[in-house]
Design a protein around this ligand. Structure first.
Ligand SMILES: [Cu+2]
Length: 673
């Protein structure tokens, strides 16, 4: 940790120097008001006030800025300050006792919402009171001019040690739904995450007139968007990520088996009967079980340790006796209450009163460590209007498959009072498990319910079952191939591509070790001097690749073996376009060449744009996808699988984008230890 403890004189001197406006953040009540944690900003003295002593300290619970302003908010916008204090405490979000220890942020799980406006400068002071190091990444935030606030240990910053604080400062150059999460080891699985909402600028064109031509309806949707609420979907397990990882090492296998699916941090352990597991067994599960001479999932709905170790990672030595029974086989139900999401049609948003339809907006966030799951709200079709924080031409669907890191912003027409089930059903082959919450709609002009009946006033009609399969043939699922940016992106399909990198994906030596670009990212790099501070072309051979500013880059993600699950590949620093995908091996030097032979595998006209793109499942053959981006944001950016256990297992690499225009790191970040 830099520097020393605060002295009142120094603090006052610093406050006197603050040239910024600090917005009140009532949702961020500091949990540790008596905290004496402080940290110092040596260059503050130099760059802001040359007459100060070279060590000036800041109390993290202040609502004033902790750093000099490195970035300039847009006209009329503000600097927004947030204190996130991370503790390590017993907590049971699914009601399971004994409660495990996990990360809480300002005493909450998930952490509080960072809500700002487009154009704001955002400053987040993270104070780590956990017994282990941490960093915080702001998922999907492009970090223009602030690579050092991207939160990757050993790449963009040094770790925040126990008892220390770190100031992240970035500008909201984008709008929409994002999230923050730990980027140190498996801490995402320990609950260290929370939502980010960037309210779009007034002048930004919305896509709502494609939903309704009625100006008052459009106005209602704009107003609903302004108060959209996060729905954070997560998978939860009863072992810490550290213990879980130790079990994987000891057993020599991956352990993809969770205990509960949570919505906004609430849920319960739901143990399925043997007959339910049998009835809902999916064809891929049956196929894989048969390869291991098994016929059913474990009590937790998982593929067994035997299947994981001896079928999916056949030929790799393991020690299955090192897996405690609770990991795959023992399910103990709880009767915990579920999250309730309320929409009051006569509520404070009285603009709706008297309308037939109320519009409600939600930001669905896939904060899963492992699972991919199907999201649906009974009786309520969803207008998807933004994906990963960017507007799209609205798509009307009944259900959305949500994978690790995804965000879907949805506008929901709400017409009838009642209680409706929100469903999150895993469609991951490794585990069948589901979670629920309640959508409670009150107010409006619906007729009073018949009190003689025990059923709700309007039935809650499910679109999907507990493994994410449609209940009727008319159910519409989100199809990524149909998503179109709003307004359209120009110049992507016909760009002249400067470099094509072929990144081979494989299991590397052990069932829990995964390679991206054919290499396992060495975990000791987390503790080294951040690469951002000293760029180094070809560091660790394949683990680092390098580009030049302005270049168009194609990345071919190639699954080298099968069966292999989809890998949601996330790039830091910018969004990417999915240009094409297919089965087999990509035997071409470029997309331009491939398109001569297999044109139907590509979309050069209006490709999907996202910050995470999942590789196709390699079931009966190998598979590939090509993603494209332009180097417009020079810096050290991580590219990795967003499945937590795959990231832990090394499925990551670094792109030194624009090494010719490398950013100069401010002294505070360079000197932070
Ligand atoms: Cu993966």
């Amino acid at each position: 940790m830099i520097g020393d403890y605060s002295s009142p004189a120094k603090s006052q001197a610093r406050f006197g120097l603050t040239r910024r406006t600090a917005a009140a953040e009532p949702s961020f009540s500091p949990m540790l008001t008596a905290s004496v944690l402080v940290w110092a900003v040596p260059w503050l003295a130099v760059s802001v006030a040359g007459n100060l002593a070279p060590s000036s300290a800041v109390n993290v619970n202040s609502t004033a800025s902790a750093l000099p302003q490195l970035l300039t908010p847009d006209t009329g916008c503000r600097v927004r300050l947030f204190d996130l204090t991370i503790t390590w405490e017993k907590h049971a979000p699914d009601g399971y006792e004994p409660a495990r220890e996990m990360a809480l942020i300002n005493g909450q799980y998930p952490g509080p919402t960072i809500e700002v406006d487009e154009g704001d400068v955002v400053e987040v002071v993270v104070t780590n009171l956990m017994p282990q190091n941490t960093t915080v990444h702001f998922h999907g935030i492009e970090m223009q001019g602030s690579n050092w606030s991207d939160g990757v240990p050993g790449l963009t910053q040094r770790q925040i040690r126990t008892g220390s604080s770190f100031v992240y400062q970035w500008k909201a150059t984008q709008y929409g739904s994002y999230w923050y999460h730990a980027h140190e080891r498996g801490q995402l699985d320990d609950g260290l995450f929370g939502p980010i909402i960037i309210r779009p600028a007034l002048e930004r064109e919305r896509p709502f007139s494609l939903i309704s031509k009625d100006a008052s309806e459009v106005a209602a949707m704009v107003a609903a968007e302004a108060v959209s609420r996060p729905l954070v979907l997560s998978d939860f397990r009863h072992v810490t990520s550290t213990d879980g990882w130790a079990i994987e090492i000891a057993a020599g296998i991956e352990t993809p088996c969770y205990d509960a699916v949570l919505i906004n941090g609430r849920g319960r352990v739901d143990c399925w009967s043997e007959s339910k597991r049998e009835a809902l067994l999916t064809p891929p599960q049956a196929q894989i079980l048969a390869l291991g001479n098994e016929t059913s999932l474990t009590a937790k709905g998982c593929l067994s340790a035997n299947i994981i170790g001896n079928v999916l990672a056949a030929g790799i030595p393991n020690n299955l006796s090192a897996v405690p029974p609770g990991i795959f086989d023992v399910c103990t139900p709880t009767s915990h209450s579920l999250a309730t999401i309320e929409v009051n049609r006569d509520g404070p948003d009285s603009v709706w009163s008297g309308r037939e339809t109320t519009w409600a907006a939600f930001d669905i966030i896939g904060a899963f460590g492992l699972l991919t799951a199907v999201f649906s709200i009974d009786s309520h079709p969803l207008w998807i209007y933004a994906i990963d924080g960017s507007y799209v031409e609205p798509m009307l669907v009944d259900a959305i498959e949500v994978t690790n890191g995804d965000r879907f912003s949805v506008m929901i027409p709400v017409t009838k009072q009642g209680n409706y089930t929100i469903r999150v059903a895993s469609d991951t082959t490794a585990q069948s498990i589901a979670g629920y919450a309640n959508l409670v709609v009150s107010g409006g002009r619906s007729p009073p319910s018949c009190s003689s009946s025990s059923s709700p006033a309007t039935p809650s009609l499910a679109y999907i079952n507990d493994v994410g399969v449609n209940t009727t043939s008319g159910v519409v699922f989100f199809n990524q191939a149909n998503m179109k940016s709003f307004p359209p992106d120009v110049g992507v399909g016909n760009a002249t591509v400067d470099r094509t990198f072929n990144l081979g994906i494989r299991i590397a030596g052990a069932s829990y070790n995964w390679a991206l670009n054919n290499s396992v990212y060495p975990m000791q790099l987390d503790n080294e001097t951040p690469l951002l501070f000293q760029p180094y072309p070809d560091r660790d051979n394949n683990v680092t690749i390098t580009t030049l500013t302005g270049q168009w880059i194609d990345l071919v993600m190639q699954a080298l073996s099968f069966p292999m699950p989809p890998h949601p590949i996330h790039k830091h620093g910018n969004k990417m376009w999915l240009m094409g995908s297919g089965d087999g091996i990509f035997n071409y030097s470029s997309v331009a060449e491939a398109i001569q032979h297999i044109p139907d595998n590509f979309n050069l006209v209006d490709p999907p744009k996202r910050d995470t793109l999942a590789t196709p499942a390699a079931t009966a053959n190998t598979a590939w996808m090509v993603v494209r981006y332009q180097v417009t944001n020079p810096g050290a950016w991580f590219l990795h699988c967003h499945i937590d256990s795959h990231l832990l297992g090394g499925m990551a690499m670094v792109i030194q984008d624009g090494i010719d225009q490398w950013p100069e790191v401010p002294e505070y970040y360079r000197e932070y230890v």
